[in-house]
Design a binder for this molecule. Sequence first.
Ligand SMILES: [Zn+2]
Length: 105
Amino acid sequence: MKIYIAQTPTEAHIVCELLKTEHIVCEVRGENLFGLKGELPFGDDTDPYIWLLHPEQKLKASVILEEYRKQAEPTYLDWQCPQCLEQNEGQFGACWHCGYQIGEP
Ligand SMILES: [Zn+2]
């Protein structure tokens, strides 16, 4: 059964290896179609995915995948504006107070 759809073949292999270290029997499938993405109207079908060979391991695999997803989410740290010293929340790329943008010299 299909248990995880990856954004890239690389991600698919990372997740697959992660599962294998927990003795989940799985493999990466669909990565050969990835190169055709954009040329063929396959949509999500061209994304590489991870195939679980032993359906009875699904529960264990989903726990590992849940952990992986949490970890993969970007964590935003609050930052201080170097221009006006205002505190900004991490998801904003510019200072709410003076408009300074992260990355500007
Ligand atoms: Zn500022």
